[in-house]
Ligand binder design. Structure first.
Ligand code: LMR
Length: 396
């Protein structure tokens, strides 16, 4: 039986992690997987996370099962972060999941249960997990334009024209903040237009929120989502705590749906819990509990926000320094858009052969579509990477 299992490759991001690990060159530079790094190239445990973990070790009295949907206190804490304090939770159904990918998967399973023929619209380009999970579930997929390759910013007209074709009940998967892979986010005026389009068509937004706090600030990064939640009867969300709490391997995520009425909300809540039971039964709890502890304690929360702010500012400093170094190295403004992007990702706009030359010739690793993790840059590596990019980009 097992001999008929088809071969399957890991996706481009995961493959790259392995190739990087296997590269013996001491000066290799990892701009691949989306993991935040400090100026020394480390990914330390955040201070508030350490403190909350210490507290849990001291005070936690049991490790018995939580509910199938996880701890309701986690749902409420994360909803407060996503929608702002005072948000009415009465319309919300949620289930904790293993990380943000787990939440994407559970929400798309929910969509399939609602209607297996539902089309899911995804941005062009997007993160490889989106099309992969949609294909695995057998849902029809369509693409909407996101990036304008000429400017490195959003193709507003193309995006709105494509989204105008989404029909009632179809699902539009949007990146909440710090678009992966481009780093080009809608401004609030564009979010308004998206909300107006979806409101008139009846298509349902599904917001993948994995980088809240990495762009412009916790509230600013959620402004688009909050606008959708205020205007539309149904909103789906996959939230991740991997990046903004730095608890990647703990797998803390939340699948969340806002419903138009109490009966629907109850069925959605029951279905999300049921889906957890089908796929893994109880969700991981440690990371979720750490997050709940931090968000519920003013001291820990303030310290977490301060550290998150420093991370965000570091990424934006890197973006500007990288754009400046590339301007000097290429004597052009070709990469000027980098400074305008947000969060950890930017798409350099290089071809696969150039990306390969950077890896083979210079030990510089980025995803094959030329996505770089700007948090992987340091003051020492910025000029090195800029010089190498300039060389491969002009080598033709
Ligand atoms: C990334 O895009 O690099 C991260 O979100 C890691 C992943 O799971 O793909």
């Amino acid at each position: 039986m097992l001999s008929s299992v088809p071969a399957r490759e890991a996706d481009a991001i995961i493959r790259l992690m392995q190739v990087f690990r296997d590269d013996p060159r001491p000066g290799k530079i990892d701009l691949g997987v989306g993991v935040w790094r400090d100026a020394a190239g480390r990914t330390p445990v955040m201070r508030a996370v350490k403190a909350a973990e210490r507290r849990l070790v001291e005070t936690q009295e049991t490790k018995t099962y939580t509910a199938l949907a996880g701890d309701p206190a986690f749902h409420a804490a994360l909803a407060g972060l996503l929608f702002g304090p005072g948000f009415d939770l009465a319309t919300m159904a949620a289930a904790a999941t293993p990380g943000g990918t787990g939440a994407v998967r559970q929400i798309l399973e929910l969509v399939r249960l609602a209607d297996p023929a539902t089309t899911v619209w995804i941005s062009e380009p997007t993160w490889p997990n989106h099309p992969a999970i949609i294909a695995t579930l057998g849902l029809p997929v369509r693409r909407y334009r996101h990036l304008d390759p000429a400017t490195g910013g959003i193709d507003r007209a193309g995006m709105l024209a494509d989204l105008a074709r989404a029909r009632r009940g179809e699902v539009v998967l949007l990146h909440g903040a710090c678009h992966n892979p481009t780093g080009a986010d809608p401004d609030i005026a564009l979010w308004e237009e998206i909300a107006a389009l979806l409101s008139s068509s009846g298509a349902v937004p599904f917001v993948d929120m994995a980088y809240q706090g990495f762009g412009a600030g916790l509230a600013a990064d959620a402004a688009g989502l909050r606008l959708l939640a205020a205007r539309l009867p149904e909103v789906l969300v996959a939230a991740s705590c991997s990046k903004n709490f730095g608890i990647y391997r703990e797998r803390a995520g939340l699948a969340l749906a806002l419903s138009p009425d109490a009966g629907t909300r109850a069925r959605v809540a029951g279905t999300l819990a049921w889906l957890n039971r089908q796929n893994f039964a109880f969700p991981p709890d440690h990371g979720a509990r750490v997050v709940t502890e931090i968000l519920g304690d003013p001291g820990l929360r303030a310290d977490w926000e301060a550290e998150l702010t420093a991370m965000r500012e570091g990424m934006s400093t890197n973006r500007r320094a990288f754009a400046d170094a590339l301007r000097a190295a290429t004597r052009s403004d070709r990469f000027g858009f980098l400074a305008a992007g947000r969060g950890m990702f930017a798409l350099l706009g290089l071809g696969p052969a150039e990306v390969e030359r950077l890896r083979v010739g210079y030990g510089i690793y980025m995803v094959g579509d030329s996505r770089v993790n700007v948090a992987g840059l340091t003051p020492d590596t910025i000029p090195v990477v800029a010089a190498a990019v300039a060389r491969v980009a002009t080598a033709g």
